[in-house]
Design a protein around this ligand. Structure first.
Ligand code: 3UK
Length: 536
């Protein structure tokens, strides 16, 4: 079997074939040749076909055309090979906030047949060290602004042989090295099934694992959800908040805009206020962010009616019917919800604007199949809560990790989510399977109770878990962060409990309720319920 990789670490550590999911390539667009390099398809092709002068990447004070991005990526590719001794199959750590140089470095790694390991900007040396070890990373390209933790991690990681910094001055900066290199590079002729991404995920449980994705997988996610559900055009201006280290951000802020021949605005800081202003100032038309960010921006949402914004994508966590309604009332725009996962690379259940159903994530994206199954993997009838199982052109391949057997069963990917499918085939998110609470025989989804609590004006944030209880099996327990100006105490507790009882089935109300200052979250903004279980 053909491979361009001289360093065979990735191939050697794929899960055994009987532990891999089944892959589906039914759509004609998914019939790839044996050799495929995603950089050739997403970047070089546009310049070759005469679109080099179109704007590709924007950032405050920066506007690169497709030709500019290609020029930079080619020079970095030469630096990787000539100055840093990279051979195809080597892993390259990439570290920066979302900015144009990070995008150029990412494409350079694809071009040389390397494997990109993009890391969250906020990671500390200790966390970087474990990523470097698990991925056996030999090279790093890092923004000088993040050099401190990078240096500490490098000192502790003997396998990391070459580190270069960008956005830096001096002879040994990446930019100086680029100036000494030619602007033309012949992309390595990678196999469609050569690994090009290690996507790290700690999930919501702590211990990091690497998911492996091929050049073919990068193209598959471009050919499925964006073409069938997003339907952006070359005139769209993409923008978003998730880091490129998170595959939600890699798709929305790099792969999908380039696949459409459109442009993307990269923001180093993209909290709700910065994202809001950038949508307005850059004339963004397509935005990718998480439900919490839409809630925060909705306050000034009416101002966006005067802008070019037309498509708003929500993913990363469940979108409640109330957030959907809030955004629609404020901006007039129907949110596009989609569930994705690092293991699946991107979104596999979603809908377009005209097929939104409040409270539902949508239907399987063309190219994917989804079903709800019981603990034995048997398909459940509509209306029954069970485990979500999916398959499609992408799927879970953990790098040498025992958890592969848990995520993939009988060829299906089990995402760890509890879902039900209604009679019309729409999939409704319930909870993470670990967050289904069974109290006195009732099934209670933690997010249901959270949504109800969130409707109360005194509640800023909240989280609900099940705690062991001798009488009821489990007890519903809420952790509540109050908005400023509200007083925690027995009165407020009673008020909130009564409020929940009045809005959803009374058996779901939180019998235990603590007030806290803040909630534990991952760097992608997901609630870490396991930490609450520890404190409870
Ligand atoms: C949850 C959702 C309900 C769900 C991701 C889009 O979130 C992404 O990847 P992660 O590996 O987490 C996966 C888990 O997150 N989730 C994500 N989206 C939704 N739950 N509704 C949603 N719309 O528990 C899932 O199993 O961090 C999202 C694209 C790429 C991604 N990696």
């Amino acid at each position: 079997m053909y491979s361009a990789h001289l360093d065979t670490f990735a191939r050697d550590n794929l899960p055994p074939s009987d532990q891999q999911p089944e892959f589906l390539f039914d759509l004609p667009a998914l019939h790839y040749p044996e050799r495929l390099n995603c950089a050739t398809e997403l970047l070089d092709r546009h310049v070759r076909e005469g679109r080099g002068d179109r704007v590709c990447i924007r950032a405050p004070g920066v506007a690169w055309t497709y030709a500019d991005l290609l020029d930079k990526a080619n020079r970095i590719a030469h630096v990787l090979v000539r100055d840093m001794g990279l051979v195809p199959g080597n892993r390259v750590l990439l570290r920066a906030a979302n900015n144009p140089m990070l995008a150029a470095c990412w494409f350079a790694v694809m071009k040389v047949g390397g494997i990109a390991v993009v890391t969250m900007p906020l990671l500390r040396a200790k966390e970087l060290k474990s990523i470097l070890e698990i991925g056996q990373v030999s090279h790093a390209l890092c923004d000088a602004a993040l050099s401190e933790e990078m240096e500490l991690a490098a000192q502790a990681s003997p396998g990391l042989r070459h580190v270069k910094y960008f956005q830096a001055d001096g002879e040994d900066s990446l930019e100086s090295a680029m100036r000494r290199m030619p602007a033309v590079f012949e992309n390595v002729d990678t196999a469609a099934d050569d690994t090009c991404i290690f996507g790290f995920t700690s999930g919501t449980t702590g211990i990091p694992k690497a998911t492996m994705h091929f050049h073919r997988d990068v193209m598959s996610i471009c050919h499925c959800w964006p073409e069938h559900m997003l339907r952006a055009t070359a005139d769209d201006v993409f923008i978003g908040s998730p880091p490129l280290a998170f595959t939600f951000g890699l798709g929305g802020s790099l792969l999908f805009p380039l696949h459409a021949g459109a442009s993307v605005v990269l923001l180093e800081k993209a909290g709700p206020p910065q994202l809001f202003e950038a949508i307005r100032d850059f004339g963004a038309t397509v935005v990718f962010t998480a439900p919490t960010s839409y809630r925060a921006m909705a306050v000034r949402g009416a101002e966006l009616r005067q802008t070019a914004l037309r498509k708003c994508v929500s993913a990363g966590e469940a979108l409640s019917a109330s957030t959907r309604a809030l955004w629609k009332e404020a901006t007039g725009i129907e949110l596009i919800d989609g569930i994705g996962a690092t293991e699946m690379l991107h979104i596999f259940i979603s809908h377009d604007e005209s097929n939104a159903r409040p409270g539902a994530t949508g239907k399987p994206v063309p190219g994917y199949l989804a079903r709800v199954v019981d603990d034995q993997g048997r398909e459940l009838p509509p209306g029954t809560v069970g485990k979500l199982a999916v398959k499609g052109p992408t799927g879970c391949r953990y790098l040498a990790d025992e958890r592969q057997k848990k995520y993939v069963q009988n060829g299906w990917n089990l995402t760890g989510d509890a879902y039900l499918m209604d009679d019309d085939g729409y999939f409704h998110y319930q909870a993470r399977t670990d967050d289904m609470i069974i109290s006195s025989g009732y099934n209670i989804a933690a997010p249901d109770v959270e949504d109800a609590l969130m409707q109360h004006p005194a509640v800023a944030e909240c989280a609900v878990i099940g705690v062991p209880d001798p009488d009821r099996g489990q007890l519903v327990k809420a952790f509540v962060v109050l908005r400023p100006g509200n007083v925690a105490g027995e009165d407020m507790k009673k008020t909130l409990q009564d409020f929940v009882k009045a809005s959803i089935a009374p058996y779901k109300y939180p019998r235990a309720l603590d007030f806290v200052e803040s909630l534990p979250r991952t760097q992608t903004g997901k609630l870490q319920r396991f930490k609450l279980h520890e404190t409870a």
